[in-house]
Write a protein that binds this ligand. Structure first.
Ligand SMILES: [Cu+2]
Length: 220
C-alpha cells in the first residue's frame, strides 16, 4: 500500500514537471521579439526610421495617438501608425498653427487653431504623409501609415524592438526613412523573429532646416 501511494505521487510529480517543461518551451513560441538596428553607410545610428513587418493578417487600427506641435516643431518627428488609426494634433504652443499635408496618402488641412481645440484625422491609406504648417515654413514632420500590426520607429541609438512575433518565423521587414534614397524611401530585408537584424541605409542630407528638431545639425 505504502509503495503504491509513493509511486502515484511520483507519477503526479512527473506529470507536473512535464507540464512545467511544456510551458517553458511554449512561452517563447507565443511571442518573440525582433531587434532591428538601422545605421547609415558610415555605421552611424539612424533614428526616426520606421520598421514594419508583413504580418499577413488584417491590420488593426491602434488607439488614438498624438502628433504634438511644441516649440514650433512636430513631436515626434516621425509617427508610425497602423492603417485606420486616429491621430490628434494638439497645439501646445502659445500661438496658432495651421497644419496641412499635400501627400497623396492623405491631403488635409487643419485651419488656424490653438488652445484646447481638438483636431483629429483618421488615416485610411498606407504611405508617407509629410506635414507642414502654413504659418511656420520650417516646420516639417511625417506620419507613416503601415498596413501591418508589427512596427515601430528607431530611437536615438537606431534601434527598435518589434514584439508579438512567432518565434523563429521568417518575416519580410521594411525600413522607411524620410531621407532614404529612392522613390519609395524604403528598403526590405528578410529577418527571423527571436533574432536581431541590421539595416544599413543610404541617406540624403535634408535641405530643409527644422528648428527644435532632431533632424537639425546632421542628426538623422
Ligand atoms: Cu505653425
Amino acid at each position: 500500500m505504502v509503495r503504491q501511494a509513493t509511486s502515484s505521487l511520483t507519477i503526479l510529480a512527473l506529470a507536473a514537471a512535464a507540464s512545467m517543461a511544456t510551458l517553458v518551451i511554449a512561452a517563447p513560441a507565443i511571442s518573440a521579439d525582433l531587434t532591428v538596428t538601422v545605421t547609415d553607410k558610415d555605421g552611424a545610428p539612424v533614428s526616426n526610421a520606421v520598421v514594419f513587418l508583413d504580418s499577413g493578417s488584417p491590420t488593426e487600427p491602434g488607439t488614438t495617438v498624438k502628433m504634438v506641435q511644441r516649440n514650433q516643431s512636430f513631436n515626434p518627428d516621425v509617427l508610425a501608425i497602423a492603417l485606420g488609426t486616429r491621430v490628434q494634433f494638439p497645439n501646445e504652443d502659445p500661438f496658432r498653427h495651421h497644419v496641412y499635408s499635400f501627400s497623396p496618402a492623405k491631403r488635409f488641412e487643419l485651419k488656424l487653431y490653438g488652445g484646447d481645440d481638438i483636431q483629429e484625422v483618421v488615416f485610411n491609406q498606407a504611405g508617407e504623409i509629410a506635414l507642414g504648417c502654413n504659418i511656420h515654413d520650417d516646420m516639417l514632420g511625417y506620419i507613416y501609415v503601415v498596413e501591418s500590426n508589427y512596427f515601430g520607429t528607431t530611437d536615438e541609438n537606431g534601434t527598435v524592438v518589434v514584439s508579438g512575433l512567432a518565434d523563429a518565423q521568417p518575416y519580410d521587414a521594411q525600413v522607411w526613412h524620410p531621407r532614404l534614397r529612392g522613390p519609395t524611401r524604403r528598403t526590405s530585408q528578410s529577418v527571423t523573429a527571436g533574432q536581431s537584424a541590421k539595416f544599413e541605409i543610404g541617406l540624403k542630407r535634408d535641405r530643409r532646416k527644422q528648428s527644435g528638431s532632431d533632424f537639425e545639425g546632421g542628426v538623422y
